[in-house]
Design a protein around this ligand. Structure first.
Ligand SMILES: NC(=O)c1ccc[n+]([C@@H]2O[C@H](COP(=O)([O-])OP(=O)(O)OC[C@H]3O[C@@H](n4cnc5c(N)ncnc54)[C@H](O)[C@@H]3O)[C@@H](O)[C@H]2O)c1
Length: 333
C-alpha cells in the first residue's frame, strides 16, 4: 500500500525539502508544516506551506483536519550539536516536547503512519564498526540524547496506541538536489561541506579542522556521507513499507563506506578547482574516530540503495547549489 498525503513537519529545511520533492516525484502530496526557524520559503515548491510549530497542538490539529494526511514525517528539530551543549533546555523543548506534542496529536487524530528523522548520534562512540541497528545506544551529546528519547517515545506509543513508525537514523546528509534549486543553506554552516566551500571561495577564513591524530589513514575522522536525495527517496520507501506491513522500522541510512575528512576536502577541491585552506585545532570532545553504517537491514527491508552518494557527486551538487544561492555563478566559473 502506498502512502498518499504526507504532512512534512520541518519540510522547509534541508532534508525535509528534498523529501517533499521526492514525495512529489513519486506522485504523492506533501504538505509542509514549518515554523521557519531555519526553513526557507523558496524551498517549499511541491505543495502547500502551513506556517506553525510542532509544539502548538491547536495548529497541528487544524492542519491535520484540513489536509487529512495518511502519514506524518517529522524533520523539525534543533540540530546544531554545540548549541545543544550550551542550551539543553531549548533542545529538549523543541526536539522532545515538540515530538511528544506531535505524537499525541497524530494518535488523537488517527493518522496511521509516522516517519521520524533520527540520527547515528544515538549510538555515541560505537564498540564496533560498521554500525548495526542493534548496537548499544549511548549518545554523547544533548542532541543525540533528545533523538534517543524520541525513539523510545515512538516505541512506547507503538505498543500502547498501535502507532506504526519508521525511525530513520541518518549518517551525514550531504550534497544538494541535482537540479540545484534546493540545498544546505546558510543556517547549517556547522556542517563540513558548506564550511569547506566557503573556505575554498574565500568567504570565510580557513576552515577549522579538528584533529589530525586519529588512528585513521590520514589522521582525520571518518564519516559516512549520504546524498540528501538518496536519503529523501528512502523516506518514501519507508513510509510505504510501514503502511503496507503495519510493522515499525528502525533503520540506519548511510552508504556503508567511511571517508576521512581529508578525503572530503580533496573532493571539494576537485569540484571547485580551488584549494580548501584550513587551520588545525585539537580534537573536539565527543567526536568519534569513525562512524559508518551497516546497510544490510535497510537494503533487505526497503530494497534501497544510494545512487548519488559518491563523494564527487555530493560535492559537485553542493557546489552547484551554493554557486547559485551565493550569486557567484559567473565569478566562480
Ligand atoms: N543534516 C544532517 O546531516 C542530519 C543527520 C542526522 C539527523 N538529522 C535530522 O534531520 C532533521 C532535518 O535536519 P536538517 O539538516 O534538514 O535541518 P534544518 O534545520 O534544515 O531543518 C529543520 C526544519 O525544521 C523546522 N523546525 C525546527 N523546529 C520546528 C518546530 N518546533 N516546529 C516546526 N518546524 C520546526 C526548521 O524551520 C527547518 O525548516 C532533523 O531532525 C535532524 O535532527 C540531520
Amino acid at each position: 500500500m502506498a502512502v498518499q498525503r504526507v504532512l512534512v513537519c520541518g519540510g522547509a529545511g534541508y532534508i525535509g525539502a528534498h523529501t517533499a520533492k521526492a514525495l512529489h516525484m513519486a506522485g504523492r502530496e506533501p504538505i509542509v508544516f514549518d515554523n521557519m526557524s531555519t526553513g526557507k520559503d523558496y524551498a517549499v515548491r511541491w505543495g502547500p506551506l502551513v506556517k506553525g510549530d510542532i509544539r502548538d497542538a491547536e495548529a497541528l490539529r487544524a492542519v491535520i483536519r484540513q489536509y487529512k494526511p495518511d502519514t506524518v514525517m517529522n524533520f523539525a528539530a534543533r540540530i546544531e550539536v554545540g548549541e545543544g551543549e550550551r542550551d539543553p533546555g531549548a533542545f529538549y523543548d523543541n526536539n522532545v516536547s515538540g515530538v511528544l506534542n506531535l505524537l499525541r496529536t497524530v494518535v488523537a487524530e488517527g493518522v496511521p503512519n509516522f516517519v521520524f528523522s533520527s540520527t547515528c548520534a544515538i549510538y555515541g562512540n560505537p564498540e564496533r564498526l560498521p554500525l548495526t541497528e542493534d548496537l548499544p545506544k549511548n549518545p554523547v551529546s544533548v542532541y543525540g540524547r533528545t533523538k534517543l528519547v524520541c525513539e523510545q517515545m515512538l516505541e512506547d506509543f507503538s505498543r500502547a496506541y498501535g502507532l506504526r513508525f519508521a525511525a530513520l537514523r541518518y549518517f551525514n546528509a550531504a550534497g544538494a538536489d541535482i537540479e540545484g534549486n534546493i540545498g544546505q543553506d546558510y543556517a547549517e554552516f556547522a556542517h563540513l561541506i558548506p564550511n569547506a566551500l566557503l573556505a575554498a571561495i574565500g568567504r570565510t577564513g580557513p576552515m577549522k579542522l579538528f584533529g589530525n591524530d586519529y588512528p585513521t589513514k590520514d589522521g582525520t575522522c571518518v564519516r559516512d556521507f549520504i546524498h540528501v536525495t538518496d536519503l529523501a527517496e528512502a523516506h518514501v520507501l519507508a513510509a510505504d513499507k510501514v503502511a503496507a506491513t503495519g510493522e515499525s522500522l528502525q533503520l540506519n541510512l548511510g552508504t556503508g563506506h567511511g571517508l576521512t575528512v581529508m578525503e572530503v576536502l580533496q573532493a571539494i577541491e576537485r569540484a571547485t578547482g580551488r584549494p580548501v585552506p584550513y587551520t588545525l585545532f585539537p580534537r573536539r570532545a565527543g567526536d568519534a574516530v569513525a562512524l559508518y553504517a551497516d546497510t544490510t537491514r535497510v537494503t533487505q527491508t526497503l530494497g534501497w540503495k544510494p545512487h548519488l552518494s559518491d563523494i564527487d557527486t555530493i560535492c559537485s551538487s553542493a557546489w552547484n547549489f551554493h554557486k547559485k544561492s551565493w550569486g557567484i555563478a559567473q565569478a566562480a566559473e
